[in-house]
Design a binder for this molecule. Structure first.
Ligand code: GDP
Length: 198
């Protein structure tokens, strides 16, 4: 059993001030809604209930925290969907996320989930800008890889590689399928590395 399968729900917070003490190591998951972030968390933790918490009505804008052990946590960050979200709401959300990236000392990395068929949307670019400003490492999951042919995957990987050039070494990516459970080992390896940073 991997340590990620020991994840248990800790708490949901509406504001950054309600987060647990800034100690140990936190790794956060973020993604445009419907990219499959909840499915990724389920696949990683083998626990269907965890990410379900984040989908509870009224809690979709909360940060949900899961404990792996005394010093290690996963944070499920709120996202938003499509362009019809008012600009004001988008800006507020971006400010909140940037504050979390900047102020949270125990945050060692960000897993950014994208639908491989729609990579590097404006949402994702905003996240990449915000995280690169505070030198926060980001690992991108190109999820739903089962929806594309190997050839389409290769083409997308090339496009994404090119699109990520401006961000340098702090940003990496891999293909993933939460549905087929493909890419879990690689993801665990990245998380293990981040959790071992002192
Ligand atoms: P979230 O809004 O980002 O948390 O997305 P969900 O995890 O709720 O997934 C959104 C939709 O995409 C659901 O219908 C999932 O079943 C589907 N989905 C998620 N991951 C995958 C995947 O790897 N492959 C396929 N084919 N569908 C997926």
């Amino acid at each position: 059993m991997s340590s990620y399968q020991k994840a248990t729900f800790l708490l949901s917070v509406a504001n950054l001030t309600q987060l647990p003490p800034d100690e140990g190591t936190e790794i956060a998951f973020i993604g445009r809604s419907n990219a499959g972030k909840s499915s990724v968390i389920n696949t990683l933790t083998h626990n269907k209930n965890l990410a379900r918490v984040s989908k509870t009505p009224g809690r979709t804008q909360f940060i949900n925290l899961f404990t792996l052990d005394k010093t290690k946590r996963l944070a499920d960050l709120p996202g938003y969907g499509y362009a019809r979200v008012p600009a004001e709401v988008r800006e507020q959300w971006t400010d909140r996320m940037e504050a979390y990236f900047q102020e949270r000392e125990c945050l060692k990395g960000l897993i950014l989930v994208m639908d491989i068929r729609h990579p590097l949307q404006e949402f994702d670019q905003n996240i990449l800008e915000g995280s690169s400003q505070c030198e926060l490492p980001v690992h991108i999951l190109l999820n739903k890889a089962d929806k594309l042919t190997p050839n389409q995957i290769r083409q997308t990987e090339q496009l994404v590689k090119k699109g990520l050039e401006p961000y340098g070494k702090l940003v990496s990516f891999q293909t993933f399928s939460a549905l087929k459970k493909d890419g879990v080992k690689k993801l665990e390896h990245v998380l293990d590395q981040w959790f071992s940073i002192k």
